[in-house]
Design a binder for this molecule. Structure first.
Ligand code: ADP
Ligand code: MG
Length: 696
């Protein structure tokens, strides 16, 4: 039977397992599988064979260059293209690519943020092939997914700690499974990132320096209509957007990215897409590629894709839900089983997760802290800054019963010997979604909903993986010495004891309510509302020890990451201030000078012929007062920013932006916005919310 077009093209730009099997000598393919499946090191002969096959494949697909594709601490991806061209000594050339070039690249990336790990004189960094993530072709370039490390072996990227954390969670989960008599080949994390974004017309985008320079509107008065009608959510997709989405799907499918769902979101011109979940680090690579393609493809349709967490005030911002689970040889460990011992195993992993989130709520919060995400979290459109776990109607009573030491019988589930509750299969169809919860059990996975739309999910998965590994190791440490006839009883005791100790993290109510904030405070849960509040925990001794103990990040690497993130915050804030000042001085004030001048002239002309125009005169007064307020607020902001910008200590620097700058930015914005709504729209120098959000 002929294959349909999508099946034919799916993965055509990826050097897939089938391609490898086709093109590699059998022993080489087997050796490569051992590298991929068992995490074994690769030797150079094998790498040479693979490089050759990969290059031949890439040349057939029209590639001319190769690149080591990596994720520096900026969170986005980086690449430097080298052509395969090698002179033969005469006038001819050879297209060559060696195993060494595949496995390791050297990059002079002294301009990437390193949080002080590299001085510029030792700028050398290495990119190292990650064979877990397949090579692919993008714009005639063979892209080889890599990790990025310094000359001295320190992680300089987002991927290295992610891979390390995947190793530890695998090791520790295997210890747990062994106690259940199981020895899977691989335990992996799975991740399904739901990506939200906005689309606006490219013309409007180009007319707004704030969108171009900062990704969000820094000014703009409230539109006449917002999202109150909720008509956009799941609404019919407008044709220009539909054409865009189709092309994005096509492009992503060719790259072997299993994009599945697409729909309109709540805010006007907001959309969402989600792939079928994949192994964690691969899913994150693919999410980054998706984000890149979204931006690029939008330009082919006269659109601009905004991936910022809060492009517009007055309507919802964008997040990225991190659906997370753990699987042993393809079997989901967060899926309640049919047999009592499977249920016990499920309860152990569930308990590990609950304890993990409670112990490291501060780090999880820090992992999603950013300038952009500060506008969402706690804003009645996204979970609060307080981390809590939601279990849902099915699971919550079971967990509560365990904590209270009661017998469990949920939804007809029979009680079984030895106190292991039978969990109803209903759990799988758990549709009870508490949208206000930051960390919700959704049937057979957890959904971490605090992540921002433009963030790289590596940071949150590093925390999650390592924290779960820690709990698994505690369980294994406690249970490995228990005789097998006592195992079930002891495991249940461990589950109940651990759930009791971490009960405070469980919350089934409305996360948006102010009561919860009070209640969370009483429970002693951290509530770090802003990035400057959230980041410092990264370098608390207990957290440095935590990552060091599991070989995920050394204290030095973790400190560097803190500095890089804190600096990033201050830099972005500084850019926002500069952009505001630039727009005020070169766009808003000049427009207001000329508009108020024109009105004043009209009033004067009318007075010459004996007509008194009181209303216009009043408007001129309001505009003149507005100009004065804007001018004063702008000068005040500039002066304060000069002081803040000069601070060198990362924490004091960020704190100054939170305390001294943000309130002044608000004052300036309010002054400008109050003028926008009384001015002739044709003289206003940038498109309004009304036109941008409701383009046709
Ligand atoms: P919703 O909007 O209701 O949360 P979506 O279908 O938009 O649901 O997104 C759910 C995401 O979770 C998808 O990417 C899906 O592949 C992913 N997912 C489903 N099961 C798992 C799992 N076991 N582990 C990780 N991710 C999963
Ligand atoms: Mg979701």
């Amino acid at each position: 039977m002929a294959k349909d077009k999508v099946s034919q093209e799916y993965g055509s730009l990826v050097f897939t397992d089938a391609d490898m099997q086709d093109r590699l000598p059998k022993p080489t393919y087997k050796a490569l599988r051992r590298v991929i499946d068992e995490g074994k090191p690769i030797d150079l002969d094998i790498a040479n064979d693979i490089a050759h096959a990969m290059k031949e494949w890439a040349l057939e697909k029209g590639a001319t260059h190769f690149t080591h594709w990596f994720q520096p601490l900026t969170g986005i991806t980086s690449e430097k293209h080298d052509s395969f061209l090698t002179p033969k000594g005469d006038t001819t050339i050879l297209m060559a690519f060696s195993g060494k070039e595949l496995v390791q690249g050297e990059t002079d990336g002294s301009s990437f943020p390193s949080g002080g790990l590299r001085a510029t004189f030792e700028a050398r960094g290495y990119t190292v092939w990650d064979p877990m993530s397949p090579a692919f072709i993008k714009d005639e370039v063979l892209c080889i997914p890599t990790a990025f490390i310094s000359y001295t072996g320190e992680a300089l990227d987002k991927k290295t700690p992610l891979l390390r954390s995947e190793v530890v969670v695998e090791q520790q989960a295997k210890r747990v499974l062994k106690l259940f008599g199981r020895t899977p080949k691989r335990v992996v994390t799975n991740c399904g990132p739901e990506q939200e974004y906005f689309l606006v017309s490219e013309q409007d985008y180009k007319a707004r320096p704030d969108l171009i320079l900062t990704g969000r509107t820094l000014f703009g008065c409230e539109p006449a209509k917002g999202q109150e009608l909720e008509e956009h959510y799941f609404g019919a997709i407008r044709p220009s957007v539909n054409a865009f989405m189709k092309q994005v799907d096509d492009e992503l499918w060719k790259l072997g990215i299993p994009m599945r769902t697409k729909h309109n979101e709540v805010a006007p011109c907001q959309h969402e897409m989600a792939p079928i979940y994949e192994q964690g680090s691969l899913a994150i690579d693919n999410n980054l590629l998706t984000m890149e393609k979204l931006k690029l493809m939008a330009t082919h349709h006269g659109l601009a894709c905004l991936e910022h967490e809060k492009p517009f005030d007055y309507v919802n911002g964008s997040g990225k839900h991190d659906n997370w689970s753990l699987a042993a040889d393809g079997e989901n460990l967060l899926e309640p089983g049919d047999e009592p011992d499977e249920n016990l195993q499920f309860l152990v992993f569930l308990t590990c997760l609950i304890a993990a989130v409670d112990e490291h709520a501060d780090l999880l919060r820090a992992s999603v802290a950013s300038c952009g995400n500060d506008h969402r979290l706690g804003g009645h459109e996204a979970p609060p800054a307080i981390v809590s776990v939601f279990l849902g109607d099915e699971l919550s009573p079971i967990v509560q019963a365990l904590i209270r030491g009661k017998h469990v019988s949920a939804h007809g589930g029979e009680e079984v010997d030895l106190g292991v509750p039978a969990l109803p299969n209903l759990l799988r169809d758990n549709t009870d979604r508490n949208r206000t919860s930051p960390f919700a059990f959704t049937g057979n996975k957890f959904e971490f909903r605090m992540c921002g739309s433009q963030q790289n999910l590596s940071d949150s998965n590093v925390v999650l993986n390592t924290a779960v590994a820690e709990q698994c190791s505690k369980f294994a440490d406690d249970l490995e010495h228990v005789s097998s006839d006592k195992f079930v009883e002891s495991a249940m005791a461990w589950v109940t004891k651990t759930l009791k100790a971490h009960e405070r993290i469980l919350f089934e109510g409305n996360g948006y309510s102010s009561d919860w904030e009070q209640e969370a405070k009483r429970r002693g849960l951290p509530n770090n509302k802003t990035t400057p509040d959230a980041l410092p925990c990264m370098i608390e001794p207990k957290n440095l020890e935590f990552f060091e103990k599991f070989n995920v990040l050394t204290a030095k690497e973790q400190r560097a990451r803190y500095v890089a993130q804190a600096e990033q915050y201050a830099k972005l804030m500084n850019i926002e201030v500069n952009t505001m000042v630039y727009m005020v001085k070169t766009m808003y004030l000049p427009a207001l000078y000329s508009y108020s001048g024109k009105l004043a002239q009209g009033v004067e002309t009318k007075e010459h012929i004996g007509i008194t125009d009181v209303a216009t005169k009043q408007t001129v007064q309001v505009l003149t007062d507005g100009i004065a307020s804007i001018d004063a607020a702008c000068k005040d902001l500039e002066a304060a920013n000069k002081r803040a910008h000069a601070i060198t200590d990362p924490k004091a620097h960020d704190d100054a932006y939170r305390d001294e700058i943000i309130p002044r930015m608000k004052t300036l914005r309010a002054a400008v916005d109050s003028m926008e709504c009384i001015c002739d729209s044709s003289i206003w120098p940038v498109p309004s919310y009304n036109s941008m959000l409701f383009y046709v």
